[in-house]
Design a protein around this ligand. Sequence first.
Ligand code: PAF
Length: 257
Amino acid sequence: MKVLKSIAEVRGYRKEVSGSVGFVPTMGALHQGHLSLVERSLNETDLTMASIYVNPTQFNNPRDLANYPDSISVDQQLLQAAGVSAVFMPTYDSLYPDDYAYEVNEKQFSKELCGANRPGHFTGVLTVVMKLLNLVKPQNAYFGEKDFQQLSLIKGMVEALFLETEIIGCPIIREADGLAMSSRNLNLSSCDRGKSSLFNNLLSNNMLSDEEIQKELGLAGFEVDYVVTKGGRRFGAVVMGDDAGPVRLIDNVEVVS
Ligand code: PAF
């Protein structure tokens, strides 16, 4: 597996290779969810590229950025073992030569749900994804449905700005107790990890209204950001942990009527 660090290296690599390219952008701390995206890409394209970059512009909370789990060498081994051909690992200075003077901003859906309490989050996500797609020029790019709002906004951006990549959403991969896999789960204390399965459990309960679920989560000790049903899906975001290390969890489920 090639490790590409500079913009020149990723551009050079892209010119060298032929056939269709699938791309899996990540922020590292890889788990089975990321590997399922890699597997799908390997099945659908000739060659798979990934990126590992903890993008500071999408973190509205500096403590969340500082606490973001980091396991670069294990991540590289996992990608290589899975069959990824090249991983792009840029630095801030190379990816943001403009020091974030230019951004991609969506004005509606990005202000709802996670966007309501995380100002600038989706602008950071859309901007970095735009940069990565422009550099990697993949035929397909793979994103998990756990970040459903992110996935819809990226699809919208690609359509609105006429990018030529197909954005492919992949199903949420869950732990045995229902918790959606996420890099942030690594930061849960064992007590919070035990309690965390209640989040998906309650979200999936069709007998309860959004308000009832919020109330139950609150009683169980979760700090609830939102529980909202929209477009046939129920979305939720909660915070667990204490002041020293709050951990934000998001999830969504299809509403079966
Ligand atoms: O979902 C993520 O890991 C990130 O938001 C992404 C898409 C890699 C952009 O930094």
